[in-house]
Write a protein of this length. Structure first.
Lengths: 337, 337
DNA sequence: CTGTTAGCGCTTTCAC
DNA sequence: GTGAAAGCGCTAACAG
């Protein structure tokens, strides 16, 4: 049907042309044992014929695909809005590639895992990296019955906690954010957090609270909601009405921080003079706002690299040294706190 | 070596258990011709044994992989900063999946295409979608000699213009942005554009200039540079010093717009009263700034979907109806213009 | 160093 | 409707 269906040259043809057996041709090309002369003949033949080895055949023969499924267990419409996930996925691809592995993207709708499951199998991957996970009984079961290695990015739910994972140290991030606020002299501190059902958000809150407690400070309040701008805007409004004395807020995302800043400016509050703000993410929007945001920088590249490395070790040796890895989230001081 | 290397059950075992031949088992599972009774027996056997078809073997046998390579021809460090590309890639994965295709991510360093090339081949994909492309002789050649279909996202360089592509109508976007500024009564209009070597940026400029010309307006100036915040900041400084009368600017990205807004506020200029701004992208940062940005919304999801569909048609029929598709970039009116 | 011989696990004619 | 058999293109023992 298409112009592309034309026969592509096989190893057999190369071998014939070079006047050797397929086995020899295979070795010559792969750098196995072969005389210099043979090597040259075979390479020449391969070049002339424009030989490209068939990846599928190689995989079937060797039993290795050097491929890992990168799965996003997320509703499709949500993926569009999640900058962290998008960047993570791209970074995973980069890291995987640099280790000689290929990433195959698969979307697993937690609510309709039947075909996600089949998709997972259709990849034929050697391993799975869960780039995002929303627990659901079916997905959990699917993962448990998978007989290839799995690495999580982000702490998996407790029932799945025997799986290795790489994550950002959200607790420590929340802790350090609070400390920054305290260190610059603030005492009336509040938090605007993310979804209370996400461990990511809860961990940050725990760290935040621990830091406050360690200095004998009782946070004004903590308002949870989405990680988005409107939540920041609304929560800040509620916050300032309830606690006009607030002089610092820890926003669990840069978007939340941006929203809070908008509300603050409506109320004529100066940042950081009247109220200081520390965000979380250090995405583009952190430097887009005015004043520029002091925030906790998610080490997405490191996380991606570690996850890829973990998988690679697993695949190569059947072992991995670190089963859990948490990366620090450094504070980036700009103008808002 | 690993616990995962255990033998996974094959079709042959299922067939044996069901007491039929492999051929029959295959058909029963695939929904080919088989009696109701056989179908049941085989499915039962498959379930009991936890049979999962081997994707690689199926591919070798059918000659189709139902897989498409999604390539980013970009330096790795750049990928980390490019929100558009990250989102595009995720969206492509979603769209591909919904059409029954799998996306394999490959990074092709334009400066070191030897192994990118080999990576491309190692994917064994049925087609390739170029998600981003920086022309280089070697990459161009590699693409030309590929004997599988290629679809570009973003207009390819002229030498490669026989390839089909999907893109955003940057020209029209620039045109509409200028029109918005003119329609709200501005006459001293300037542009802060992206890299002058990128067609994306040049197209927006052309549209912008055309709109101005159509109304007899001569733009104050056009300052090109990166799509990032600092460029916006610096360019705006230069602009305001050279043309203090400026009352409107078209920023070719939301980041540029954010930077410009920061400078404007340093100069005590009010937005939009003193100077109106229209951005481009409609990413998260558009609503993070204060006032919220009026901007041109990139239809990333549509672009991704169209590219995936194009590839799917290509693969299924060897044909595609539209060889070039440009999507409108709608104006989103908020508070800055 | 090289050739012969089996597969890898599945699909798919082709007969029955 | 079902089975036997021939591959898909490559790698990997095993002899020589």
């Amino acid at each position: 049907m298409s112009e592309f269906i034309r026969h592509s040259t096989t190893l057999r043809e190369v071998a014939q042309r070079a006047g050797v057996s397929m086995a020899t041709a295979s070795r010559a090309l792969a750098g196995g044992s072969a005389s210099q002369k043979t090597r040259e003949k075979v390479h020449a033949a391969a070049d002339e014929l424009g030989f490209v080895p068939n990846a599928t055949a190689r995989r079937l023969s060797t039993g290795r695909t050097d491929t890992v499924a990168v799965v996003m267990a997320e509703k499709p419409q949500f993926i569009f809005r999640d900058q962290f996930l998008s960047m993570l996925v791209s970074q995973l691809a980069v890291s995987l590639n640099s280790l000689g592995l290929l990433g195959v993207l698969v979307l697993a709708d937690p609510e309709n895992p039947d075909d996600s499951n089949s998709f997972l199998h259709r990849t034929g991957a050697d391993g799975v990296i869960m780039a995002s996970y929303h627990s659901s009984k079916i997905l959990d079961d699917a993962l448990r019955s998978l007989n290839i290695p799995v690495v999580f990015v982000g702490r998996p739910p407790v029932e799945l906690s025997y799986f290795p994972y790489v994550d950002v140290d959200n607790y420590r991030g929340g802790y350090d954010a609070a400390m920054r606020l305290i260190d610059i002299g603030r005492r009336n501190i509040a938090q605007i957090s993310g979804p209370s059902e996400m461990t990511t958000s809860r961990d940050r809150s725990d760290g935040f609270n621990a830091a406050c407690a360690s200095r004998g400070i009782v946070p004004l309040c903590s308002l949870s909601g989405k990680f988005e701008v409107d939540h920041g805007q609304e929560a800040m409004r509620a916050l300032i009405e309830a606690h006009p004395e607030v002089d610092a807020v820890f926003a669990q995302s840069d978007s939340i921080a941006a929203g809070a800043m908008q509300t603050l400016s409506e109320y004529g509050k100066k940042i950081p003079e009247d109220v200081a703000i520390v965000g979380f993410d250090d995405f583009e929007s952190a430097t887009a706002v005015n004043p520029k945001l002091t925030t906790m920088a998610q080490p997405i590249d490191k996380v991606a690299q570690a996850a890829a490395k973990m998988m690679k070790d697993y695949l190569d040796t059947g072992e991995y040294e670190l089963s859990k890895q948490l990366f620090r989230v450094p504070l980036v001081v700009r103008d808002s706190a």
